[in-house]
Design a protein around this ligand. Sequence first.
Ligand code: HQG
Length: 188
Amino acid sequence: MNGKELTRASRFLSRVLRHDPGLAGIRLDERGWTDVDSLLRGCRRAGVALTRAALEEIVATNDKKRFALSPDGARVRAHQGHSVRVDLDLEPTRPPRLLHHGTTGRFLTAIMAEGLRPMRRHDVHLSPDEATARRVGSRRGAPVVLTVDAGRMHDDGHVFRVTGNGVWLVAAVPPAYLDAPTGQDSRA
Ligand code: HQG
């Protein structure tokens, strides 16, 4: 497969493994895993020619390391980002003192008033570094990077988890723990 075909297959896998397993005629188990052989058959039926080798290449080289193979290589799942109900079975973990969330200006007033909400996903996604948050925000327009007082949230009882590819998850971030760049905080 060439780069373009791999990207297309990777996008399709994101949709199937996070949002719509029915597209490939498969099911996810309660932890989000699915059997690789059925997945490859389902992808072929849906018109996305995917071999075992190509899947392994996608898992290894995907820019955000979105997917994981089980240790025996028989199953695969998305690390995070699901809209279908799955329990990723991640341990509650103490976060670093600060985390970051990349968004864009038009959401800022709502976010500073009601906090960060998971919207269509299970959790709010936070990045350990500003550069990653900036990339996330730039998917939707000129990026704005918010700082989250994660250490204080954790001390106040909010539960954080971290995925295998380094994304921090939390149910919501109330506005009191958010900082916007100078001049952009509508509360200021
Ligand atoms: C915004 C991608 C109004 C939030 C990325 C975001 C990430 C609010 C959007 C991962 C709000 C939701 C997640 C509120 C939050 N009012 N807007 N109260 N609270 N928002 O895509 O964090 O490519 O569900 O700021 O790289 O952008 O899929 O979340 O703009 O890692 O692997 O509502 O998805 O990774 O958008 O991105 P999303 P996100 P993948």
